[in-house]
Write a protein that binds this ligand. Sequence first.
Ligand SMILES: [Zn+2]
Length: 592
Amino acid sequence: MENFIVSARKYRPATFASVVGQHHITSTLRNAISRGQLAHAYLFCGPRGVGKTTCARIFAKAINCLSPSEGAETCGQCESCRSFDEGRSFNIHELDAASNNSVEDIRNLTDQVRIPPQVGRYSVYIIDEVHMLSAAAFNAFLKTLEEPPAHAIFILATTEKHKIIPTILSRCQIFDFNRIRVSDGVEYMRYIADTEGIVSDDESLNLIARKADGGMRDALSMFDKAVSFCGNELRYKEVATSLNILDYDTYFDAVDVILAGDYGAALMLFDRVLAQGFSGQTFMAGLGSHLRDLLVAKNPGTAGLLDVTGPLMARYTGQSAHCGVDLLFGGIALLTDLDARIRVATNQRLMVELALMKLCHLAAPEKKKSDIITLAPEVALPPLRKESAAAPATPAPEPQSVPAPQPEPQPVPAPAPAPQPAPMPEPAPAPAPTPEPKPTPTISGISGRPLSEIMGDTPTDTPDEEEQRPSTPTDPDAQDKIERHREKFLELLARERPRIGVAFETMETTDNALTVRVASQTLHDEILRFRTETLQLLATVAGVHGPIELEVVIDNTVKPARPIRLEDKVKHLTDLNPEFTTLRKTLEMEIE
Ligand SMILES: [Zn+2]
């Protein structure tokens, strides 16, 4: 291993045939050479490290070779080829425009262009990163490009084609280089590993190729780094460590616990990720990509977009079979949205944890949902039919500390015997029933209000679905829980949706229903648009298991409450509950 040379240099392709992943370009160039149809200027565009300069050098060598083989490959034997190989050819001139971008640099170059080559037929001028030339340098260069001498050929290379001015573009033959496919990168690294006597597994090479994101040079330098870390045997756990990447297993495991609806395990997994030194942002972005990969693996038509090889492919298709499309779509949308906001978040950890809990909820099997967080406001509606109204139930897991001032927001149990076995215990009698029942007790929690208003903007539910859905028991302590977590909820809400957050400072709680008063129709509509999300947040923060209802009232006399200062909120919370300080430390919340 002591003689290990940096792979990117040692294995730089020397022939068109050995260029990886750019077949469409090498074959066009070879055809042009064979037919003798050379242009005076070429523009090679594409991401960094995919072979633009390499192709330019092979091209320069090939057009000067004195006895080219069939298919316009160089012979490697003639004087010209040897001078290229030994780096003493006068037929090739390279200028790095990133560091030589002045008019003076271009004048030096164009002065040389006039001199015909002593050996060989063509002088090739390679200008790398050509978009870095100053405007004046571009103009100075344009004259030469318009009337080049017959022996001069220019190859301009750039990673940013859009920065090249049209007058230059129109004078060049343009070649767009591809990003290197993972499978091509893996294959080439396997070739190098075999040649160098390095044992490697498929996952390692996939990990490197994917991390390189389409750049072969990057892939090879990571490969070298992994070899110097792991020695002669690449094992992918170690490779992941050496490259500071989260390995595939982390994401497969994360999706497994999400599928199980086990948010506790998800939080612990995330804790281990943080302990390894990865940021919440990295983890969320990786998890988003993983869900995307599962989504494309689900459909044979799109499985080709899954850029992995070998046994990994089977793992993706295997896990994707267990994931519902709803979870994958919802998860990707959630994580993409999060990615945009997490950069500016003050508490990234909490954001990621919330996202994981939401994902667990998305994935949880229907019957387990109420164990996690029952939040979907649409299930707040009781069954409208008598027969399904026979099984309304309120589990009474803990004694009610505060007697409800109103009758329990349950539909009155129908006298008829239930046709199906009641899944829940018998309803607990309301502790303090008021003498006057509400006029429309069949609508839970909120009486006498039109159905459409309670449903807000949840248009996706057809009445049929509504009837089949079992009623979800309300949380008898909802009001108490909400009040206790009011400040925390308002703070988080204000961070995600500031306008809505301010509006919610006016919220009043009755049993499991909220009333928010706003001054404008616009705000009313905005709140309804985000009602599901908002109620989910509330249910999660306050630990309410059961439906929460929301009424938004337009009231012109309402003035939006001023958001109070953060330190005041913290003081208030600490006064309410001294445990808040412990919670804050546990969650590593920063108070600035
Ligand atoms: Zn030759």
